[in-house]
Design a protein around this ligand. Structure first.
Ligand SMILES: [Zn+2]
Length: 65
């Protein structure tokens, strides 16, 4: 196999992985504050969480589906 093809294949996988990781990171939960219940609700996956000092959560809480 030509080394060029190997480099291209690795590069393609790296690009796909970078793109995948970036899209999942940038599409974090859209946390919306539910002040009535004192919780944060994710518009993206529907997760809810409570935080200290009413800080906006950073991570998405969806559990694989
Ligand atoms: Zn979410």
């Amino acid at each position: 196999m030509l080394p060029v093809l190997i480099v291209l294949a690795v590069g393609a996988y790296a690009w796909l992985y970078w793109r995948w990781s970036r899209t999942t990171l940038t599409r974090n939960c859209r946390w919306r504050e539910d002040r009535r219940n004192g919780i944060w609700v994710c518009d993206f996956c529907g997760a809810t969480t409570e935080t200290d000092n009413n800080k906006r959560p950073r991570a998405c809480l969806r559990n694989g589906g």
